[in-house]
Design a binder for this molecule. Structure first.
Ligand code: PBG
Length: 323
């Protein structure tokens, strides 16, 4: 054999592979999404997401402290209210579960990690849509924006470092930015859900937040068939003042993630969503794949595709492995 070029040389020992690895996964790259449920004194398991719970206020504080100790880059909170209404009042109410939990966690962890909040109405509405409905039952973009503005201010006042508008309403980043600034929260940032697709893989999340949704979100979330419009969403979010942009879900949209990363001048996040989590947990529980390796491989792939940070339900556990 007259082979002078042998790529296998650089794979020959683990030290060699470590030396030439292009992509790093560090605890600070990981953000832990967490659910907090109003009115429970013990955490409640989520059947479709083995290992993930709806926290009580108490267990949320404890798990937040553990995540910080493990070195995660941030926490993203979702509220599960005890009661809901048509306009999602619980999201704006300073005593609503999400705002109360933000105050709890901020008191617990201070500035030692980055505290983020889901800024969306779906957990708080009795119809489960991400916005309020017009008289024909459609999601009313501009009426929703007025509520998002108030919600953003409430979350900033409660201690969020970054608010995360996830409802895919047109103009949401700009309206929230204006409202935050007008209320003096100029240091509170916006992690924009820039390219959020209408995905079947949100399935387990619906149980996690006890979603009331019937139907789908196709009139506001992006069509999985489309990549180009992610760039349009990116241009709008950047112009409106997004501090971080996100692609969601991650695994089916790595091409979109790469495109966004190549065009963004702000940091890029990706969300490894509930269905991505549950698929691997289910396969591993059946002995069909090596759980820990599969987890690290997915997170590495998401980083390689261009994500500076990854929201993942495994954040604390993986940060522990990497420490
Ligand atoms: C909407 C929201 C959803 C998720 C995060 N924010 C659900 C949806 O858009 O249907 C899904 C997260 C996951 O599946 O892990 N507020």
């Amino acid at each position: 054999m007259d082979l002078t070029r042998r790529p296998r040389r650089l794979r020959s020992t683990s030290a060699m592979r470590r030396l030439v690895a292009e992509t790093e996964l560090r605890p600070r790259n990981l953000i832990l999404p967490m659910f907090v449920r109003e009115g429970v004194s013990e955490p409640v398991g989520i059947k479709s997401m083995p290992g993930v719970v709806q926290h009580s206020r108490e267990s949320l504080r404890k798990a937040s402290a553990e995540a910080v100790t493990a070195g995660v880059g941030g926490l993203m909170l979702f509220g599960v209210p005890a009661t809901r209404d048509a306009v999602g009042s619980g999201g704006v109410d300073p005593d609503g579960i999400l705002n109360v939990a933000l105050r709890d966690v901020r008191a617990e962890v201070g500035d030692s990690t980055v505290l983020m909040s889901d800024l969306c109405l779906d957990e708080f509405t009795d119809h489960g849509h991400c916005g309020v409905l017009d008289e024909r039952g459609g999601v009313d973009n501009d009426a929703t924006l007025r509520i998002y503005a108030q919600m953003g201010v409430a979350q900033a006042a409660a201690g969020a470092h970054l608010v995360g508008p996830s409802g895919m309403m047109d103009g949401q980043v700009g309206v929230i930015r204006h409202a935050l600034d007008a209320a003096g929260h100029t240091d509170t940032g916006i992690l924009a859900y820039t390219a959020k697709y209408s995905s079947a893989f949100y399935g387990p999340f619906r149980e996690a937040v006890d979603s009331q949704l019937r139907g789908d979100r196709k009139t506001y979330q992006q069509d999985p068939a489309n990549g180009r419009e992610a760039l349009r969403e990116l241009a709008l979010d950047l112009a409106e003042g997004a501090d971080v942009v996100m692609v969601k879900p991650a695994m089916c949209y790595l091409d979109v993630l790469r495109t966004i990363a190549d065009h963004s001048d702000v940091p890029v996040a990706a969300y490894q969503i509930s269905g991505e989590y549950s698929m691997i947990e289910a396969a591993a529980a059946n002995g069909w794949l090596e759980r820990d390796r599969a987890i690290v491989e997915t997170l590495t792939g998401i980083r390689r595709a261009g994500a500076d940070m990854v929201l993942t339900y495994w954040a604390t556990e993986v940060a522990g492995w990497l420490a």
